[in-house]
Design a protein around this ligand. Structure first.
Ligand SMILES: Cc1ncc(COP(=O)(O)O)c(C=O)c1O
Length: 381
């Protein structure tokens, strides 16, 4: 076992040509400094400035969304997406247990509760089969919307995740949710550059969100983006993320409770430069994933791969160990020997804040959580 682990450690160090390998490091080898300087020279460093507009346009064009609104981070973008989709106090939102904490927390920010439905083993994202089964057994549609007949609460949104950048079966999820009149919000925080059936992730549902946190495929330091097809929702998003201030040359007047969630121009300047390099980064990540696949195949270790019709950005490569004990031995060995690896997130339904929430049978999420390890996936240039 030690020998196998040692082989993996040496292989990863050789790929990165380094004795200390991190999980995902950002690269700033484009116009970042030039745009930042321009931004500072202009004095427009805050929430107004040309880079914010430019960044939104670039991301919209790249993803094929009609409109995009930049936010301070991905978490705030989910919060706004839920509000705009009509999630209210005491509602329920269906999501998956295998995700980063922000997905569940944003639901709580609306004073709504998450309901956890299982993922598919191959996509690691929300399972359309499990979703359909859950809704058939628990939901009924009436003139006021879709209601959970166990809790009597309204199910006002569904929030699937494109986990680690691998597209989930989002078209099927949207189709099922349409039957129950449940709006779909895609947590595409990790999946910029990931495409399913020729369409960018985050553009299938009513709203999609992307994160530009420092550990993502491209970064703005901190940042997020809302993606819309609908113009009315887009206008509302712009308004509510900028304190709901009514447009006027000098008056301060606000027509609802808004949020200070707009991305500063400084962050957007970095984002514009990063967008210019996205295709290059994606190419490098694909090549790395291929190398990993060949290497781990020979060691009889399974890697996460794309399902049919999906093109992943390979944000974080995943390998699957034989069980929890092997996984922990591997995590110990690699992290103690200069190669950063990470387990999956502890499942949301097992955290103290969420353990009383309703769940479906979560066997796939448990299967994945016991075995999955993320291995170094930074771009190599
Ligand atoms: C699945 C998922 N959702 C939401 C977020 C939140 O994004 P942010 O960190 O930009 O707030 C992240 C990443 O950090 C994420 O991985």
């Amino acid at each position: 076992v030690e020998h196998k682990f040692n082989k993996i450690v040496n292989y990863i160090k050789s790929i990165y040509n380094s004795d200390k390998v991190f999980l995902h490091e950002p690269h700033f080898c484009g116009n970042e400094k030039e745009y930042l300087n321009d931004c500072i020279d202009s004095t427009y460093v805050s929430s107004v400035g040309k880079y914010v507009d430019l960044f939104e346009k670039k991301v919209a064009l790249y993803t094929g969304a009609e409109h995009a609104v930049a936010c301070v981070n991905g978490t705030s973008a989910i919060h706004i997406a839920l509000i705009l989709s009509g999630v209210k106090c005491d509602d329920e939102v269906i999501t998956q247990p295998l995700t980063f904490i922000a997905t569940a927390n944003a639901i709580k920010y609306c004073n709504a509760s998450p309901v956890f439905v299982d993922v598919d083993k191959d996509t690691m994202g929300l399972s359309p089969l499990a979703l359909e089964h859950f809704l058939k057994n628990n939901a009924e549609l009436n003139s006021n919307g879709c209601f959970n007949h166990l809790t009597k609460k309204r199910i006002s949104a569904c929030l699937p995740v494109h986990t680690y950048g691998f597209p989930c079966r989002i078209d099927e999820i949207v189709e099922i949710c349409n039957q129950y009149q449940i709006p779909v919000i895609e947590d595409a925080a990790e999946s910029i550059g990931s495409v399913y059936k020729g369409k960018h992730t985050g553009t299938f549902g009513k709203v999609g969100i992307i994160s530009f946190n420092g550990n993502k495929t491209i970064t703005t330091g901190g940042g997020g983006m809302l993606l819309f097809m609908d113009e009315d929702l887009y206008k509302k998003a712009k308004h509510v993320t900028t304190q709901a201030k009514m447009p006027h040359p000098w008056k301060f007047e606000h027509d609802k409770i808004g949020y200070n969630y707009r991305m500063p121009n400084i962050n957007a300047a970095v984002g514009v430069a990063q967008m210019e390099q996205l295709d290059l980064f994606l190419e490098s990540k694909r090549k790395l994933a291929e190398q990993y696949l060949n290497f781990f195949y020979k060691l009889d270790i399974q890697c996460a791969t794309e399902i049919k019709y999906a093109k992943a950005n390979y944000w974080l490569n995943c390998i699957f160990m034989k069980g929890r004990q092997k996984r922990d031995e591997f995590l110990n060995y690699t992290n103690n020997n200069g190669v950063m690896t990470r387990p999956a997130w502890k499942l949301m339904n097992e955290l103290p804040m969420y353990k009383s929430c309703q769940s479906s049978d979560l066997k796939n999420a448990h299967w994945l959580e016991e075995r999955l390890v993320n291995i170094p996936s930074s771009v190599i240039l």
